[in-house]
Design a protein around this ligand. Structure first.
Ligand code: AMP
Length: 394
């Protein structure tokens, strides 16, 4: 069903509630990364130019349904105000008489930031009464917070159910364009790259995409669970529980039946332990000696993976190829990052660690779409319900 863009909704001179994602890192009252604030600007500027009366709502951290002063959105309101060079009023709370008075005061092209939605238990409980109050603040609702669209929380699920005039902001539209539309019938070869340690988060996504994929590249610790499923010895490497290894075995069988190529490491960078000073050892073969643990893909594996990446016309990547936070084990993730960025076709990358690896390799600029939601992206790719997106369908 169609989802309207903010551009297609009449917001001129009307009160507009925008659900943004300002879940930014704050250390001692200072925002250490303002990327999410900058990412929200296209939608906010659109609303400012069209004289909307703007009310911004976001969560920050996990205050657990109560006021936690360190998780106030005040520093975010200040930062947004200095970026936009205009005042951003800060509400003392999310609901209550004082907030309602402020909502009435917001004029055309003026901004009010509500306090952290998660200061109230109603947000995460998707409480209808809490949602009704929020919906009462504005005539139009726009969601631009992809990172929470996989959760049935009030501000993205129950609140839009009160609206006829609702839609998506530019950030969310781009996520839907890349993660739904472009993947319905992706240009082939379609190459999936999965890594990291949490096998159970990625297995549903691999399963859901398997029939459309040409090649699935697997790296990081999760590769050892797949290699174990093939009967290999992996020394002290991180391996998932037996039931997950069993699921890896099933995926290998399904892939073979569907004619999908699965690429697994053929050599490794290993060490006796995981630390910054650990001596990296090249293991030239699939099996890893008993006293070592695999911590990165090896040079022959990098070459094979990069060949498949170079030929791809659509790429989805989530999860690093090794313990890249430690210098001796970053080479594989950085090489894959550079190869993905050098591919001029459709490239989609998500997940906090994967984006860090892209940044570490200086490779962010070549990517078609960097997703703003790690968990949300995996959920979306797994074809699981996305309440925040479904609630916008008219
Ligand atoms: P995930 O959250 O599942 O994407 O996992 C990311 C984490 O996996 C990162 O912190 C990596 O350091 C870690 N990781 C990747 N490969 C390995 C490995 N071979 N051994 C241990 N940890 C790894």
């Amino acid at each position: 069903m169609a989802i309207r863009s903010i551009d297609e909704i009449d917001i001129e001179g009307r009160r507009l509630l925008i659900r943004v994602d300002y879940n930014v890192p704050i250390v001692e009252g200072r925002i250490t990364d303002t990327e999410r604030i900058h990412a929200s600007l296209p939608t906010i500027k659109n609303a400012l130019n069209r004289n909307a009366h703007i009310i911004l709502a976001s969560h920050l951290g996990r205050p657990g349904g109560k006021h936690v002063p360190e998780m106030s959105l005040k520093p975010v309101a200040r930062e947004l105000s200095s970026i936009l060079r205009r005042p951003v009023m800060m509400a003392p709370d999310v609901i209550g008489e004082d907030v309602e008075k402020l909502v009435e005061l917001v004029g055309p092209s003026q901004l009010l930031m509500l306090e952290n939605l998660r200061f109230h238990p109603g947000e995460e409980a998707n409480d209808r009464e809490f949602a009704r109050t929020l919906a009462g603040y504005a005539h139009v609702y726009v969601n631009d917070a992809y990172g929470v669209c996989h959760r049935a929380h009030a501000s993205v699920a129950a609140v839009p159910s009160f609206y006829l005039d609702k839609g998506a902001g530019f950030l969310l539209l781009k996520e839907i364009e890349y993660l739904t539309t472009r993947l319905e019938d992706p240009s082939r070869p379609f190459v999936l790259i999965f890594g990291g340690a949490k096998v159970d988060e990625k297995i549903p996504a691999i399963r859901a995409l398997l029939n459309r994929a040409t090649t699935v590249i697997i790296g990081g610790a999760m590769a050892y669970s797949f290699l174990k499923a093939q009967g290999h010895h992996l020394g002290k490497s991180l391996i998932a529980s037996d039931d997950k290894v069993e699921q890896c075995k099933e995926i290998l069988a399904e892939a073979e039946q569907a004619g999908v190529e699965i690429l697994l490491p053929v050599d490794h960078i290993a060490a006796k332990r995981l630390s910054k000073s650990a001596r990296p050892i090249h293991v030239d073969g699939i099996d890893i000696p008993d006293d070592l643990l695999g911590l990165d893909i090896g040079p022959q594996t990098i070459e094979r993976y990069c060949d498949a990446i170079d030929r791809a016309r659509t790429i989805v990547w989530n999860g690093p190829m090794g313990a890249f936070e430690y210098d001796p084990f970053a080479r594989g993730s950085f090489a894959i990052a550079r190869a993905v960025a050098a591919n001029r076709q459709t490239t989609i990358v998500g997940g906090g660690d994967t984006i860090s690896a892209l940044k570490g390799a200086g490779a962010t600029r070549g990517i078609s779409h960097i997703s703003t939601g790690g968990g949300a992206m995996l959920h979306h790719l797994s074809n699981k319900p996305m309440p925040g997106i479904e609630a916008l369908e008219a």
